[in-house]
Design a protein around this ligand. Structure first.
Ligand SMILES: Nc1nc2c(c(=O)[nH]1)N[C@H]1C(S)=C(S)[C@@H](COP(=O)(O)O)O[C@H]1N2
Ligand SMILES: [Mo]
Length: 224
């Protein structure tokens, strides 16, 4: 018997795990399940002076507004349990997030009736666009906590968006502003070949031709 070969056969892959048949319907086509939490973003992890941190609300609103972290933390908090799906082909089941549901925040913002889209602004000049209709799903939230703990700096501390039903690039980390818009406008990845809508169950990965991302791209990134 070749011991090394046996050991390798038995060794569980560190990043990718088997999907239970009963849960297979929750894994979108072309995705691999992981229990770890890959870290993906452009640029450096930002550093904040929390007293100066603000979330800016602008665009098609009656009055521009700014919220401090403290103001947001005193608002109604909710918990969401959801699966997340990254376009680089990893999915993670049963993630728990705590924060403010967008549907609870929206009525406080004085948004003009003409507004139909948002641009989420985030640090390192990141932007991603979404229809307000999508933002109003029951489980879309501005999250302070992941798995009961404050977000780690690499996962978006102090505040990130979580839009579970779309590929995870729509879930901007380090958000700084929400711009309300009459017309849609593409964000960072949406201008760079990714799909404008991004439904993982319809495999809306790219807007034009396949960008040829290697299937195991995500296995080389940083994990928590
Ligand atoms: N501000 C900001 N948010 C971002 C990104 C980014 O580059 N900058 N990358 C997006 C992409 S492509 C993914 S897959 C997720 C990854 O989140 P995670 O690092 O917490 O897994 O963050 C999204 N949010
Ligand atoms: Mo991503």
């Amino acid at each position: 018997m070749n011991n090394k070969a046996e050991r390798l056969k038995k060794a569980k892959p560190i990043t990718q795990v088997e999907v239970d048949a009963a849960l297979a319907h929750r894994l979108p086509p072309g995705q691999a399940l992981t229990e770890r939490f890959p870290i993906l973003h452009e640029g450096e992890v930002p550093n904040y002076s929390l007293p100066d941190w603000r979330l800016r609300i602008f665009g098609e609103v009656e009055n521009e507004m700014e919220f401090s972290l403290e103001q947001l933390q005193t608002m109604k908090q909710s918990q969401v349990l959801c699966d997340i799906h990254c376009v680089t082909r990893w999915s993670k089941f049963d993630t728990t997030w705590d924060g403010i549901l967008f549907k609870d925040l929206l009525p406080l913002l004085g948004v003009k009736p003409e507004a139909r889209y948002v641009m989420i602004h985030a640090d390192n000049d990141y932007e991603t666009n979404l229809p307000i209709e999508d933002m109003l799903n029951d489980n879309v939230l501005l999250a302070f906590l992941f798995d009961g703990e404050p977000l780690t700096p690499k996962h978006g501390y102090p505040l990130r968006l979580v839009v579970p039903h779309l590929y995870f690039w729509k879930s901007a980390k380090w958000i700084t502003g929400i711009e309300f818009m009459k017309e849609d406008r593409p964000g960072f990845w949406e201008r760079n070949g990714f799909h404008n809508v991004a439904d993982p169950f319809r495999e809306e990965r790219f807007s034009g031709e396949d960008l040829g991302l290697p299937e195991d791209l995500w296995k080389d990134v940083d994990f928590d």
